[in-house]
Ligand binder design. Structure first.
Ligand SMILES: *Cc1c(COP(=O)(O)O)cnc(C)c1O
Length: 395
């Protein structure tokens, strides 16, 4: 058997190594506190489960769904965008259902890249962007998004030879893994950049509903002329604790949305209709749930940020997402620090380098873990003298 060249292009997967180390630590009897995975620990709320329970008993939900999403689901997405972002979307050609946004993101590269075309990607960033670019035969070109540029790529300084081959720019705000948010100025600038160079602006908006301190993330579609050049990928996964359900949407630029739909039509068969009905219920009554969930995440965030700051870090609390992005103390690499931390304290964090070279020197904590575990994690760090102002000497 010969495997495809495509498979050989996949970069080594750091997270597989973390899983292996986690298994080893577990086998040694270490009690692990997993602050690694970005998957909500809380259940899907009851009001959504109730809608699902009813829908699943209706046999008309059991056959093949439509490729684009049911008219009712697309209408619910359109209504939600109107209510939440004041963005109007035509449910017929500016909304497409996705089997989770990861699916749509991966297929976007197949939709918009020819071999040799460049995709401009954030570094660090969600690993799917790079791999899907390679699968499409495209070339990733990484734009650093780091503390020094306020976690916003410098779009004014890209080599014209690169720009002329670029067809897409991927952005992700609020950001995984850094927890960073985008300024309004930057988002408007990104739209203008896309229009000027005819580069499709792709916004991964998975975290717009996880926010704190009165800050409210915006959709890129709120900005002037966005629908002429931007497509946004959204998801019910992180907002409603529905990661296992696989439901998301692509919205915006109608030709782009429909082109993506054309690729998908030939690959998948839509979202289970009962899940779409649950999704409609989720979006229709999102406000009370989102509010209470964010209050809970905010408490967790404060435990971790205050805890680390007492150990010498100087973190600003993120205004959105359930991630905390912190510098590695001492002069270990991200990977070494994370592995040592796991072995010595049982606390599992993700090395920043797993999201790209510009993530080196950082680690990511996910607060999708109950408060008492977070408190315990901080006290383990303290006990093992993991602090920011000196090389950690864990025993
Ligand atoms: C979780 C996540 C997604 C994908 O979520 P789906 O479950 O596939 O909708 C996309 N982008 C980022 C940055 C994420 O963290």
């Amino acid at each position: 058997m010969k495997k495809s060249e495509r498979i050989k292009k996949i970069p080594p997967y750091l997270f597989a190594e973390i899983d292996r180390k986690k298994g080893e630590a577990k086998a040694k009897g270490i009690d692990i506190i997993d602050l690694g995975i970005g998957d909500p620990d809380l259940p899907t709320p009851d009001y959504i489960l109730d809608a699902m329970t009813e829908a699943i008993k209706d046999p008309s939900t059991h056959d093949y769904p439509s490729y684009n999403g049911s008219p009712e689901f697309r209408q619910a997405v359109s209504d939600w965008y109107q209510d939440r972002f004041n963005v109007s979307l035509d449910p017929n050609n500016e909304v497409l259902s996705l089997i989770g946004s990861k699916e749509g993101i991966a297929h976007a590269f197949m939709t918009f890249l020819d071999p040799g075309d460049i995709a401009l990607l954030p570094n660090p960033g969600y690993p799917v962007y790079e791999v899907a670019t390679l699968f499409a035969g495209g070339e990733p070109y990484f734009l650093p998004v780091t503390e020094s540029n306020g976690y916003q790529p410098d779009l004014s300084n890209i080599d014209p030879a690169v720009l002329s081959k670029s067809n897409m720019l991927f952005l992700n705000y609020p950001n995984n893994p850094t927890g960073a948010i985008a300024t309004d100025d930057f988002l408007q600038q990104a739209i203008e950049f896309g229009l000027k160079h005819d580069i499709l602006i792709c916004m991964d908006a998975a975290y717009t509903e996880v926010y704190y301190d009165g800050y409210k993330p915006r959709s890129i579609l709120e900005f002037n002329r966005a629908k002429e050049i931007a497509i946004e990928f959204h998801s019910l996964s992180k907002t409603f604790n529905m990661t296992g359900w696989r439901i998301g949407m692509a919205v915006g630029h109608s030709e782009a949305v429909q082109a993506l739909g054309k690729i998908k039509t030939n690959i998948d068969s839509g979202i289970f209709k009962a899940v779409q009905r649950a999704g409609i219920a989720a979006l229709k009554n999102y406000k009370p749930f989102v509010k209470s969930q964010n209050q809970l995440y905010q408490k967790r965030r404060d435990i971790v940020v205050n805890g680390l700051n007492q150990l010498g870090w100087n973190l600003e609390a993120p205004k959105a997402t359930f991630y905390i992005w912190a510098k590695v103390p001492g002069n270990k690499t991200s990977e070494q620090f994370s592995m040592d931390l796991l072995e010595n304290t049982g606390v599992l964090v993700v090395p920043g380098s797993g999201y790209g070279s510009a993530g080196e020197g950082y680690f990511r904590i996910s607060i999708t873990t109950p408060e008492e575990k977070l408190v315990e994690a901080i006290s383990r760090l303290k006990k093992h003298h993991v602090q920011f102002d000196m090389t950690p000497s864990p025993q």
